[in-house]
Design a protein around this ligand. Structure first.
Ligand code: ZN
Length: 483
């Protein structure tokens, strides 16, 4: 079977075929964070869903270019700068909001990176920042829209004329009449039609602004993604992703802008479901706002959080609760028990065993589930089947059964790596200990890549002395404690 993905644009499950004529390269653009606050577990879910997609595409042999933007100019960032800095942001007696906004966005981008790193979610290949593409990328793009007649200037603002865009509403499956009913013109806007949206907003006093042919101002939110995605991946590219809350208006507007500039744009649209906490939408006022940091404090192994996510299909909503996190932890313990059992019984674990029927069947079941629109609950079930088969083989006392157990173990680790699992130790540790060991392993990986084998061996040796054993597998370096 080949990979099938649900495309929001066609509302169908479709066979994934890359644009690249050689069928090798795949371009993905995912809407990233607006950096004005510390990341919560809803951010982690979205980042993880697309990390798994990326890993699976790599596992299938594709060369993936993964682009995720950072929105670093936005009303929320400006509000935060006003709140937090006040007089502190004063430069030469005048408040420099542009500098304070930069400070805010840099601080929260750093906290986003730290949180995702701790979860073991890989960083994108390219991470364009909106503020670095305003002039000339966004201003040129807006000029093109003005020339094509799909945009108009009004009072220093530039708006996109939605009624001039063919197929508007197709992604979110809404008619213009429906959209009209919910559309408003806010005070200070100069729209000709309530459906229209801003591409460029005229500068307000104190706010960050850039020069443009229409006077100083700043871009609307939607334009950055049409501009940066096509700049990095071309006028048409394979996959565009984000949370389901972005389908309308953000992604609908991204498509309209790109088409208005004569670009066919993304072919497959993938959206992850949202996250609630104990059945309610996460919000600071409800006091149920769970940061990644807090989740990792309460559930101190990144795999607990990942297994919690994997147990629900990525398109479905997911509810964070103590009970579900407890289940995820127990699932992880099942894997951990098997690994302990394996090393107890197979002391000759470095030897290569014959491939077993069970491991081949397990791998096929795993792939079939992942090919079916990344059905991770089913893929996990395949891994637990492998664990059960592995235990049975280890209980049998003969050498050939142990060889088969080794192949089950290898398959489990390789498939786990596709899901980003098992990279942070296979035994329970204090989080600070675990992070220290993870950091040493990362250092050893870097040393090996640089062919500095002496340093790599020294790190392995020092870890061994404190009872931490490393194993280099197809799925990456695994570690566990032996005493
Ligand atoms: Zn976006």
């Amino acid at each position: 079977m080949s990979l099938h993905l649900y495309n929001t644009l066609t509302r169908r499950l479709e066979e994934f075929r890359p644009l690249d004529p050689k069928g090798k390269r795949v371009g993905i653009y995912v809407c990233g964070p607006t950096v004005y606050d510390i990341p919560h577990i809803g951010h982690a879910r979205s980042a993880y869903v697309f990390d798994v997609l990326r890993r699976y595409l790599v596992f299938k042999g594709y060369q993936v270019k993964f682009v995720r933007n950072v929105t670093d100019v936005d009303d929320k960032i400006i509000d935060k700068a006003r709140q937090e800095f006040g007089e502190r942001g004063t430069v030469n007696g005048e408040r420099d909001l542009k500098a304070t906004c930069r400070e805010i966005s840099e601080r929260y981008l750093k906290s986003y990176h730290e949180a995702m790193d701790r979860l073991g979610i890989a960083r994108p290949d390219v991470e364009p920042k909106a503020t670095e593409h305003v002039v000339p990328d966004m201003t040129d793009f807006i000029s093109k829209l003005l020339m094509s007649g799909t945009a108009y200037e009004a009072g220093g603002d530039v708006y996109f004329a939605v009624r001039k865009s063919e197929g508007y509403g197709r992604l979110s499956n809404r008619s213009l009449d429906e959209l009209q009913a919910g559309a408003r013109v806010e005070p200070g806007e100069h729209k000709q039609d309530p459906l229209d949206f801003a591409l460029w907003k005229a500068a307000k006093p104190e706010e960050p602004s850039w020069p443009s042919p229409w006077g100083a101002g700043r871009p609307g939110w939607h334009i950055e993604c049409s501009v940066m995605s096509t700049k990095e991946l071309g006028d048409t590219f394979d996959i565009h992703g984000g949370g389901v809350d972005l389908v309308f208006p953000h992604h609908e507007n991204e498509i309209a802008q790109a088409r208005g500039a004569g670009k066919p744009f993304a072919r497959t649209w993938i959206h992850n479901g949202l996250l609630t906490v104990n059945g309610e939408k996460m919000s600071k006022s409800l006091g149920n706002f769970i940061t990644v940091e807090q989740a990792l404090k309460d559930w101190p192994h990144p795999d607990y959080v990942k297994l919690f996510f994997l147990k629900t299909h990525y398109r479905s909503p997911i509810d964070f609760s103590h009970e579900r996190m407890g289940e995820a932890k127990r699932n992880w313990e099942e894997f951990s028990r098997f690994v302990q059992h394996y090393y107890q019984r197979c002391t000759d674990a470095e030897g290569v065993g014959p491939a077993s029927g069970e491991s081949a069947t397990g791998r096929q079941a795993f792939e079939a589930a992942m090919d079916d629109d990344l059905n991770t609950p089913k893929a996990l079930a395949a891994l637990f089947e492998l664990v059960n088969a592995g235990h049975r083989m280890l209980e049998a006392a003969d050498a050939s059964a142990h060889g088969a157990a080794r192949s089950v173990f290898d398959t489990l680790m390789a498939c786990g790596a596709v899901l980003g699992l098992f990279q942070h130790g296979l035994t329970e540790e204090e989080p600070t200990t675990r992070e220290r060991i993870d950091a040493l392993i990362a250092k050893r990986d870097a040393a090996r890549k640089a062919k500095n084998f002496k340093q790599a061996d020294d790190i392995r040796e020092s870890l061994q002395q404190e009872g931490v054993l490393l194993a280099d597998t197809a799925g990456g370096t695994l570690w566990r404690r032996t005493r």
